[in-house]
Design a protein around this ligand. Structure first.
Ligand code: ADP
Length: 469
């Protein structure tokens, strides 16, 4: 139930208004390089805000158009700014980042100069506008543009201020009352503040750029090291996977010869000799098991797993394996029960050999780590598309902090490793196989109470898509 509710919650589309969706889509940078993506998103955000502001301001000032002095007026200035911003927006949409940046900086220079012309070089808005020119340059253009653009702005401002002061004198506007501060004073102040801001921002950009370069270099080095390690690991795994035949054949031969001796076909042996042969067989079988695990893992690591799909009855196949392991539980005097839940699909499509291997590993572990009580296997349906089996035991259990770790290679829980045989590969192999089949594996356990391993598999396993390296 909880799962259904969760799925419903996840699938419900979040309500988004058209304008928000448009905004999110517009400000999302398309460049993949981090530095470019930063500049691009700054340009995109600024263009969107500026375009809205200039268009609104132009529309608002239209009724007073005539009163504001025709060409040299705020409506004309906002219109010009809107056109330049639009040009920047078109350039950024076409991935011409530098052109877009230049248009944006030009918009700010035009706005700052326009305000100076309209309001006079003494107006309070003038200095912040020139400082904005420097700020936007630092954000959207290469570092080398910062000082030249600051100087261009200062020169522009200086020329306008000197001309204004001159015009004021010629028109006999009362300098002392209307133009309170002399142009040179203002120019010096603006030049000083704009330059010092440009220098500070340049310092920041140098630091930012060098950190970015160092970071990209270490990411590249790590990537290279990883690729090399992967290549070496694959070579090792491929070697091992290729050697599987060579490793297994002599061991199988040893086991086969001992079997012949034990069967009596090679003549009679004394009780002591038979005991020794049993030891040889036990140890050779153990070694074969460990080699099989190692080679299976190597095969998985070398990406050499192949899918062999067929139809089979989960109940029949798992019961058969449990049956074949009954002798182990009998020897330990513990119970082994297999319970089939009523809605279990009679036939599924999957990789039988891999499903058997997963089940054998889990059941083998359950028996190995249980000395009292017993082991129960439940086979049933998980949902419309998936079936599952659970292996429940009353064994030594697993501490919660080791739940993830036991699915990794060669990881064994401390208290288990000394007393019980094993390689620490069974669960790692099982997990990789379950993943390969598109399923899930999980564990629940309490120490000294027992463990439950659950495997969920698709009723129709699909052929994997080709993985390219
Ligand atoms: P192995 O059994 O060869 O050591 P596995 O990968 O199969 O390797 O298991 C890893 C570890 O997980 C085991 O060493 C053991 O500590 C723990 N474990 C697995 N299954 C059980 C279980 N049913 N009960 C208790 N511990 C378990």
């Amino acid at each position: 139930m909880a799962q259904t509710a969760l799925n419903l919650g996840d699938n419900t589309p979040k309500p988004t208004f058209g304008v928000f969706r448009w905004w999110r889509n517009w400000v999302r940078p398309r460049a993949t390089n981090r530095d470019e993506a930063f500049r691009e998103s700054t340009i995109r955000v600024t263009v969107a805000i500026l375009l809205t502001a200039t268009i609104l301001s132009f529309l608002a000032s239209l009724p007073f158009f005539d009163l504001q002095g025709g060409l040299v007026s705020y409506p004309m200035l906002t219109l010009l700014a809107a056109v330049l911003t639009l040009a920047s927006g078109i350039a950024v949409a076409r991935h011409a980042l530098n052109t877009a940046g230049r248009f944006l900086v030009l918009t700010f220079i035009v706005a700052a100069s326009g305000i100076t012309i309209i309001d006079g070089y003494w107006a309070s808005l003038v200095l912040p506008m020139y400082m904005l020119v420097v700020l936007i340059t630092a954000l959207v253009l290469p570092r080398s543009s910062l000082l030249p653009i600051s100087w261009v702005s200062i020169i522009l401002f200086g020329v306008i201020a000197v001309l204004q002061e001159d015009a004021g004198r010629q028109l006999k506007i009362l300098i002392e009352e209307e133009i309170v501060v002399a142009a040179t004073d203002v120019i010096i102040n603006v030049a000083f503040l704009v330059t010092i801001q440009a220098l500070f921002l340049r310092q920041l950009r140098i630091e930012f750029d060098s950190r970015l370069a160092a970071m990209s270099e270490s990411v590249q080095q790590a990537e290279q090291a990883k690729q090399e390690a992967d290549r070496a690991n694959r070579a090792k795994s491929e070697f091992l996977a290729g050697m599987s035949h060579e490793f297994r054949t002599p061991l199988n031969a040893i086991i086969g010869y001992v079997d012949i001796m034990l069967s009596g076909m090679a003549g009679a042996f004394s009780e002591k000799q038979t005991q020794l042969q049993t030891h040889i067989k036990h140890n050779a079988s153990r070694l074969l098991g460990m080699i099989n695990d190692t080679l299976d893992m190597a095969k998985i690591e070398a990406n050499r797993l192949e899918m062999h799909l067929s139809q089979f009855s989960p109940e029949e196949e798992l019961r058969q394996i449990a049956e074949s392991m009954k002798s182990l539980t009998d020897k330990k005097q513990i119970e082994l029960n297999v319970l089939t839940l009523p809605d279990l699909p009679p036939v599924v499509t999957g990789d039988l050999q891999k499903t058997q291997q997963i089940f054998t590993n889990l059941l083998g572990n359950a028996i190995k780590f249980t000395s009292q009580g017993g082991v129960a296997v439940y086979i049933g349906r998980k949902d419309a598309e998936r079936w599952m089996f659970k292996v429940v035991d009353t064994g030594i259990g697993i501490p919660e902090e080791a739940f993830d770790q036991i699915f990794e290679m060669f990881q064994r829980v401390e208290q288990g490793s000394a007393k019980y045989e094993g390689t620490g590969l069974g669960l790692a192999i099982s997990k990789r196989l379950v993943d390969f089949l598109g399923g899930e594996i999980s564990v629940m356990s309490r120490q000294r109470a027992g463990s439950t391993f659950t495997v969920i598999l698709p009723c129709e396993v699909k052929e994997p898509e080709l993985v390219s390296w």
